[in-house]
Design a protein around this ligand. Structure first.
Ligand code: UD1
Length: 420
């Protein structure tokens, strides 16, 4: 398996083009199940998860062409010929569960392998199922699969999510577009990727009000048609490269980045001594002087994203003073701590909080990426560390960061992929 080697100590300087958001692309691809027509997505990132979703959609009878050189992807639409989402694909990518809502809405049935736990927590799907049950679906669990039936079709309902789950919000919205009547979804998640999904669904003929807010109202329509939609810039990739500028004491211009999607991350960066300012067609990030510690707590959007927690902790590990990082979204999302310690970081975990005491200098070591964001946390630490850092477990990183070595190397990082 491939590894990445980084020789740390270089301040990053230059421009990085931010890709389309993985977490927007996946539900948008699932929306292709809702129509007979062609759905064209542009600004699609070239990532392993995108290939996995293509494979899954092809099992359902929907052909999706590979991403072309311009980042365009064509979903041909058509009739759903198979409603089974098999274990072998779902176990590779939990976001496979996003086909459940569209399959139930379009075909009136689905058999989706129950996603297991993952490295960051148990991640149940009860909120997805309860929401769809309120719309008339019946589910039973058999042989590791969730078997769903809605012989009379789905009906609009008033659904209050007990927690603003991103995936449950997306599944319910996707299903409600073709349900009979009106669905009111309260305490909906408000992540920008959900707004992006709704914008595309509206372009496909869906009737959705309250987009981007905590209460979304969807009036079901009989059919959806094709559309062309440009995927929103990845706010997590943006925040990650902002952290790269911060930890190396550099300055980068993040082309296509959306400052309006980064509020909580920008506030935290500003507090630790990093300047983030709008530029033409992107965002400029510059470390002003030494870094200072800050306390952060992860929350649903617009709070500080859990998907930025690991990367920000890497930066805090070299900031002056103590910082407290509290994780409220996932129960087991501190696996990067043990690896950061191998590079010399001083971090103690107490339940859902980690106390980070900044050290002057990290030193390179061999480490293992345990999940996608933990993997980039180690890259960031490696960029700042003295000597060589070798990161194993690259399959996690390839799921979610497009061309990361090229993007970092173009800004002066000494980084290479070692293939075995
Ligand atoms: C999405 C993102 C992921 C991000 C997460 C939180 C995608 C493809 N993935 O994941 O990168 O880290 O949002 O911002 O967009 N929960 C339940 N029952 C449910 C659903 C969720 O208890 O039915 C719990 C989960 O276990 C977790 C929390 O709610 O502890 C957040 O999950 P959710 O918002 O659903 O995240 P995902 O959609 O899985």
């Amino acid at each position: 398996m491939d590894k990445i080697r980084i020789r740390g100590g270089r301040a990053l300087s230059g421009e990085i083009a931010i890709s389309g958001a993985k977490n927007a692309a996946l539900p948008l691809m699932a929306a292709g199940l809702l129509t007979d027509d062609r759905l064209i997505l542009t600004n699609v990132p070239r990532l392993h998860d995108i290939k996995t979703m293509r494979l899954l959609l092809s099992q359902h009878g929907i052909t999706v062409e590979p991403v072309d050189a311009e980042g365009r992807m064509l979903s041909l639409g058509g009739t759903i010929s198979n409603t089974r989402a098999p274990y072998d694909i779902v176990k590779e990518m939990r976001a496979s569960i996003l086909v459940l809502g569209p399959l139930m809405a379009r075909a009136g049935e689905a058999q989706v392998s129950l996603p297991g736990g993952c490295d960051i927590g148990s991640r149940p799907i009860d909120l997805h199922l309860k929401g769809l049950e309120q719309m008339g679906a019946k589910f039973r669990l058999e042989g590791g699969y969730v078997h769903g039936q809605a012989p009379q079709g789905l009906k609009g309902a008033t659904i209050v999510l007990p927690f603003a789950s991103v995936g449950a919000t997306e599944n319910i919205i996707l299903a409600a577009t073709l349900a009979k009547g009106t669905t009111v979804l309260a305490n909906a998640a408000q992540e920008p990727e959900i707004t992006d999904l709704c914008d595309c669904l509206v372009a496909m003929g869906a009737r959705i009000a309250g987009i981007g807010g905590g209460t979304v109202t969807i009036e079901g329509v009989a059919t959806l048609h094709g559309a062309t939609h440009a995927i929103v810039a990845d706010r997590i990739e943006t925040g990650t490269y902002a952290c790269a500028a911060a930890i190396t004491g550099g300055e980068v211009f993040l082309r296509h980045a959306r400052l309006d999607h980064l509020g909580a991350v920008v506030r935290a960066l500003t507090e630790i001594g990093v300047e983030v300012s709008p530029g033409e067609g992107g965002v400029r990030v510059r470390r002003l002087a030494g870094l200072r510690g800050v306390d952060i707590i992860t929350e649903p959007y617009p709070g500080f994203p859990t998907d930025m927690q690991a990367q920000f902790m890497a930066v805090l590990s070299v900031a002056d003073g103590a910082s407290m990082v509290t994780e409220t979204i996932f129960e087991n999302r501190f696996q990067h701590v043990a690896e950061l310690r191998r590079l010399g970081a001083r971090i103690n975990v107490h339940g859902t909080s980690a106390i980070v005491r900044g050290v002057g200098q990290l030193s390179g070591a061999q480490v293992l990426a345990t999940d996608l964001r933990a993997g980039f946390c180690l890259i960031l630490a490696g960029l700042a560390a003295r000597g060589d850092t070798v990161i194993d477990g690259l399959h996690h990183l390839d799921r979610g960061y497009e061309a990361l070595e090229q993007k970092l190397a173009a800004c002066g990082a000494d980084i290479e992929r070692l293939s075995r």
